[in-house]
Write a protein that binds this ligand. Sequence first.
Ligand code: AMP
Length: 192
Amino acid sequence: MEQRPYVLIFLGPPGAGKGTQAARVAERLGLKKISTGDILRAHVREGTELGKKVAPIMERGDLVPDELILAIIREELKKLDTPRVIFDGFPRTRAQAEALDRLLEELGLKVDAVVLLEVPTEELVKRLLKRAREEGRADDNEETIRRRLEVYQKETEPLIDYYARRGVLFTLQGTGPVDEITECILKVLGAL
Ligand code: AMP
């Protein structure tokens, strides 16, 4: 079967379940999940130059500078013959979204769909605190969680409108059984 290029973005606040759902949808549709958070955490773990630079930023719950993120994205896209990807946690700023558009245009591609997962704030905080206990992520403490939610509202939420205007945005509730959310996503994407 011919594998056409496909570019999906998972958007939503920290704790909305983007990573979990992106992994499940990637598996079902044969896409590669590109998670900037996972890539950055690997750099921090391995103590690379980039890791050393971003560790304090991530621990505060702030955003890593756009140029560093875009260098990662360019590198990841270069590895693929035919981009069939889900971006998880990228783009997070208007500048990143515009740079992604330019990058895709150079490849003759565009964003096919954006999946926005909505979850009430109290539920997000509860989930992030639970993840903090279970996984011990350095940025999952109460103060940083608050900061990450603020940064999301200020920097990332405007992207909802950016993609909605283009008619590529699909908004879904990110609460309830994980399987049902996955099925809903696949359905809105026309994959079921
Ligand atoms: P995440 O796992 O997606 O919640 O990302 C964890 C942290 O990595 C964020 O709080 C940011 O500090 C950093 N990060 C991940 N993706 C991006 C991005 N696209 N732009 C800026 N910072 C990012």
